[in-house]
Design a protein around this ligand. Sequence first.
Ligand code: VG1
Ligand code: CO
Length: 543
Amino acid sequence: MTLQTISKGPFEGQKPGTSGLRKKTRVFMQPGYLECFVQATFHAIGGAAGKSFVIGGDGRYFNREAIQTMLKMAAANGAAKAIVGQGGLLSTPAVSNLIRQRKTDGGFVLSASHNPGGIDADFGVKYNVSNGGPAPEHITQAMFEHTQNITEYTTLDAPDIDLSTCGTGQIGGMQVEIIDPVEDYQALMQTLFDFDKLRALFAGGFTMRFDAMHAVTGPYAKAILEGALGAPTGTVINAVPSEDFGGGHPDPNPVWAKTLMDEMMSDAAPDFGAASDGDGDRNMIVGRGTYVTPSDSLAVLAANAQLAPGYAGGLAGVARSMPTSGAADKVAEKLGLGSFETPTGWKFFGNLLDAGKVTLCGEESAGTGSDHVREKDGLWAVLLWLNILTERGQSVAEILTDHWATYGRNYYSRHDYEAVPTEAADALMQGVRDKLDSLPGQSVAGVEITAADEFSYQDPVDGSVSHNQGLRIWLAGGGRAVLRLSGTGTEGATLRVYLEQYADPEADQGVSPDVALKAVRDAVVEITQMQQHIGRTEPDVKT
Ligand code: VG1
Ligand code: CO
C-alpha cells in the first residue's frame, strides 16, 4: 500500500449550496473532482489526522465507488477511524445520530437528497460536523476557498474494502468499521416513542402505507414499522434502495409521490400514509383523504409532541425556516414557547438546538426534526405522528380540523419554476429587490402591500449574520409571498415562490388552497413581472 499525491484541480464551482455540493453525476465522476472536494473539506477542518468519520449514502448511482475513494483518502490523510453503513447505506438522520453516539469528528453523507439518481442524474456530498449537523456557513465557506486553490490530493493505492459484511477492517493505518445502518437509529427511536402502544395500534387493525420511493428509508421503515411494530408486510412499499430510485424522483410531495396520493384519496385508503425522500430526511404526511402541508405538520407536531414519551416534558421552543408558514408560530405563541425564524437549510437550526433554545424545527419543504439529532428526520416525523394518533384516538383529518379551529389556518403552497435561465431568474429577483422600498402602500391585483424586505438573519447564539435569504412581501388581510432561488438545483435556476394566507379560527377553513391563495399569487405575478422575465406564469411543480 503506497501513499500517493496526485496533481489535480482546482475545479470550478465547488461551492456547497443549501445542503452540500450537488452536481450532475458525470461531473462528480470526472477524475479528481470528488477527490479535490474531499481534500478541500479535510483542509477546511484542519486536516483529517487522528480523526474519525461516519460515511454513508442513499444508495444512488456512484455511492459505493465514492465511498471507496473517500475511505482511501481518509486513510491517506491520517484519519484514525471510519464508520460505514453496510452496503454503503446510511440515511442522513442516521449519520447525524452516529456522529453523536460514537462521538466522531464529523461525517459524510453521499446524496443529492430528493434529486433523481443515475449516471445522467444527480449526485452530492454533504459534510456534517461533530454535533451531527450540517457544516455551518463559516466551514462551507472555508471548504469553498480551499476548492479554489487546491492543486493536489492524497490517497492510498489500496484494494477496495468489502462493504457488504459488517465487521472491522483496516485501510493503511485507519480502522474501518462496517455497521448495520438501522440498528443505532432504531434504538434511538425506541427512546422517543411508545413502541408498545404503537404495536397495539397496528395489532388493533390500524392501516398504513409508507412509500420509501426506492430510496434509503426502505430498510429503516421495514425494520421499524413491519418488524418492531408489527405492521403487516406490504405496509412499506418501494422498500429496496435502487441506484436510480426505480427511475423516479424521490421527492415526497403530492406530485412525485402520486401513487401514494392516489391511494390515500381513494375509497380503499388506509388510515395513514407517509413517504420519505432519497436520503431519508424529508417526510410527507397524508391522512385518509387529507394531505397535510409540511408547515401544518410542523405546527401539529409542536402542539401535540408532549403526547410522546421523548417530549413529555414539553418543548423549549420551535424554529422554522423563513419561507415556512407561520402556523408553528401560532402554536408557540399560545403555548408560550420560544419561536425562531431562520434562513432555508438545516444548518441554521444547529446552534438553536445545541443551545437548548428549541426542541422542534421544520421547513416547508417536508423537513421536520427535533433535538434527537441535528438533521431533519423523515421516519421520526412519521413515528411522532403515529404516537399522536394513538394517544388522541382521532384521524388525521379530525386532528387537522381541530388544529385550525384552535389556531387558525395558514393556507400555503410553494410554486417552483424549474430550469429557468440563470440570468432571467436573477433579473426577476433584482427587479423586485430594486423596488422593495416603494412597494408598501401600493395596491397590486386588488390587494394592498403592507410591507416588503429582504430577509437577513442574525444567529442569536453566535451572532453571525447571513444576508440575501429571500424577498418577503406582506399583504393586507394576512397574506405573504416569499421569493428565493434554490440552492440545491443542478440545472439553470429554480425560482421558488411561497404563498401563504392566514385565516383566523372564526373564518372559513374549508376553502381550496388554490382559491384561498389566488390573490397572493396574482399579486406576485404582477410584482415580479413574471411573464416578461421568464416567459410564463405557470409553475412546474406545486406543493
Ligand atoms: C431545498 C429546500 C430546503 C432544504 C434543502 C435541503 O433547498 O427548499 O428547505 O433544506 O432543499 O433538503 P433549496 O435551496 O433548493 O430551496 V434535502 O432533503 O435536499 O437535504
Ligand atoms: Co433529503
